[in-house]
Design a protein around this ligand. Structure first.
Ligand code: SAM
Length: 230
């Protein structure tokens, strides 16, 4: 419990802060959180770094998955570029690839980067000629609970987060928490987006006390990063 003096100094600090920064500033929030992204990149300077996300995928696949089957869940599919890459990378006949998307674009704006509706495919899922690939159409917040009622993982879980948004990323991380056991792999396609994927990962890991070990990143200010659940 706070003592009287602590409570008084806490209130003084709050009043002072409100005088210095009277209104919320998205720019300030972004700049300050970006400092945590930079610190993260410095702390992880020794991990393998790649130019392209495909090289990061192949590295993790060759080091950790090799010739095993996987259960691959992708959140944010759009035209299916990364779904195709993963289905080509892992040819095991028992692997399963599930892609989640509304196919109508972002349900809300991604900060200043893209407005609501960006990345729309007019509701059409991509045509991927591979019997191991299937799509779950709808908002994750509406489709994932039903999917999880009947989904029983058979193989190592590989989760690819590519929805760009804080809300969607945090929602998927928390919903999949029970399945994300040690050995599961997570990929983030916009890892260093300060107020979105980066903040969602921080909030998830601190709330759920999850331990993610960084395995690799791409060199463009860690746009993409891969993690192993410990
Ligand atoms: C950047 S695109 C995905 C790109 C794709 N993985 C690739 O590599 O080409 C982001 C996608 O996330 C989807 N998305 C974002 N939030 C969503 C949500 N809450 N529910 C369903 N789809 C969502 C959008 O419809 C969009 O297609």
């Amino acid at each position: 419990m706070l003592g009287m003096d602590d409570a008084r100094s806490g209130a003084v600090l709050k009043r002072l802060s409100a005088m210095v920064v009277p209104r919320y500033s998205l720019l300030l929030d972004q700049v300050l959180t970006n400092a945590r992204v930079s610190a993260w990149i410095k702390r992880h300077a020794g991990i393998p770094t790649f130019r392209q996300r495909e090289e990061l995928f192949a590295f993790v696949h060759n080091e950790f998955i090799r010739d095993e089957p996987i259960d691959y869940l992708e959140f944010g599919v759009m035209h299916g570029e990364s779904m195709r890459t993963w289905a080509n990378l892992n040819r095991h006949p028992e692997s399963r690839f599930f892609g989640f998307d509304t196919f109508n674009g972002l349900p809300e704006a991604w900060g200043w980067v893209a407005p609501a509706g960006a990345f729309s495919c007019d509701g059409r899922a991509p045509d991927i000629d591979d019997g191991r690939v299937s799509f779950v159409k709808g908002l994750f917040q509406e489709s994932l609970p039903g999917f999880l009622q009947t989904f029983h993982p058979r193989s190592r879980l590989v989760i690819h987060h590519d929805a760009d948004l804080y809300s969607a990323t945090l929602y998927c991380l928390t919903m999949l928490h029970g399945l994300s056991v040690p050995g599961s792999l997570h990929f983030f396609d916009e890892f260093s987006s300060p107020l979105h994927e980066f903040r969602a990962i921080e909030d998830y890991c601190s709330s759920y006390r999850s331990r993610f070990r960084a395995l690799g990143m791409t060199g463009n200010f860690a746009q993409q990063a891969a993690f192993l659940v410990e």
